[in-house]
Ligand binder design. Sequence first.
Ligand code: SF4
Ligand code: SF4
Length: 123
Amino acid sequence: MSTNNPCLTCGACCAYFRVSFFWGECISAGGSVPDHLTVQVSPFHVAMLGTQSKPARCTSLMGDVGCGVRCTAYEQRSSTCREFEASWEHGQPNPHCDMARAAHGLPPLDPPLQPQLSPDRVA
Ligand code: SF4
Ligand code: SF4
């Protein structure tokens, strides 16, 4: 992960939304997400523990939202986590990113997200 990744000083989405996904992503079903980090929320879905009710905050999120955070389940995180994009990560805004940040008093990210070095400028 890049050190100028804005998510490392944010974490708002992990402390705002219910982060749910198909239970088959859990380790006990052959997936990657540790079962003890989840809670069942429907017959076919689990959510990251701590996000099942408001105020939501994933128990796998360490640190202070808006300052410095780290996902302690990063390598094992669900598809929901993997697919959530920061605004302008791929050149498009993500209203859900903006919404989560606003809920924590953070401004929306501005494009471009971070300076990109072209290959010929990389030493
Ligand atoms: S709200 Fe956006 S910037 Fe903040 S951690 Fe989530 S994706 Fe990253
Ligand atoms: S598992 Fe990690 S990325 Fe997913 S909601 Fe929790 S802290 Fe955020």
